[in-house]
Design a binder for this molecule. Structure first.
Ligand code: SAH
Length: 216
């Protein structure tokens, strides 16, 4: 698995592009600069690995656009040592960004093949501390709750109630909400009385959050 000066140069350009689109948190830009995104794609797709675009990763799923990964991560306001639950592991790229910020990362994927592929791949590139689960993200991962933050990386038609119950008071859920073609990015903060305070951050497009796990 090669990561050479050419890849590093491509990453620098990607970081500049994400910065120019408005991402300010230097820790996130450093993570994008460090993580070898080309290794998350098939080797024949090197030319696409450092474009600021989503890309197919098999099983009908995509690795999110780098800008979107950075933007959602910025909204989470991760602090070192916090417990973060990601819904929709996919390629594992987003989970690595969270790990680079010093979070304790838990991530769940409903597609068995993707889960198995990513579970083997992440330790190979040095991310051994990320805990991966195969299951339905609507149900969350109650065994390790409560979380400081929950990041949903697929389009949710509604706010999953079980995830709200696995969130600490003061914690945030970042999610693209909407069942149609376009979603609204939301940040929900859980208040003392258990209700959610909502902030909106514009329109995005995600693959759908699907119910139940899939065995293929
Ligand atoms: N975070 C990923 C990209 C996510 S694409 C990355 O960095 O590459 C969205 C992912 O959510 C897909 O892999 C899809 O299979 C998964 N997904 C969809 N519905 C889900 C559910 N209910 N539970 C867990 N994962 C789900």
């Amino acid at each position: 698995m090669v990561d050479n000066y050419r890849h590093k140069g491509m990453r620098k350009r990607l970081v500049n592009e994400i910065r120019s689109k408005g991402v300010k948190d230097q820790r996130i830009l450093d993570a994008v600069n460090k993580i070898p995104r080309h290794l998350f794609l098939d080797s024949s797709f090197l030319e696409f690995a450092y474009e600021d675009k989503p890309f197919p990763i098999g099983s009908g799923q995509t690795i999110s656009q780098p800008y979107t990964v950075a933007f959602q991560t910025e909204l989470l306001e991760v602090k070192k040592g916090q417990k973060i639950l990601e819904i929709g592991t996919g390629s594992g790229y987003q989970a690595c960004v969270l790990a680079e910020l010093g979070a304790k990362v838990f991530s769940i994927e409903r597609q068995k093949k993707l889960y198995e592929k990513t579970k083997v791949f992440l330790p190979k590139i040095g991310y051994r501390q990320i805990k991966l689960f195969y299951g339905d993200g609507y149900k969350g991962v109650p065994a390790f709750a409560p979380y400081d933050g929950i990041l949903i990386t697929a389009a949710a038609p509604e706010i999953p109630e079980k995830l709200v119950s696995q969130l600490k008071t003061g914690g945030v859920i970042v999610l693209p909400l909407g069942g149609g073609d376009v979603q609204t990015m939301l940040r929900l903060t859980k208040k003392e009385d258990g209700t959610l305070q909502e902030e909106q951050f514009g329109a995005f497009r995600f693959v759908p959050l699907l119910k139940n796990k899939s065995s293929d």
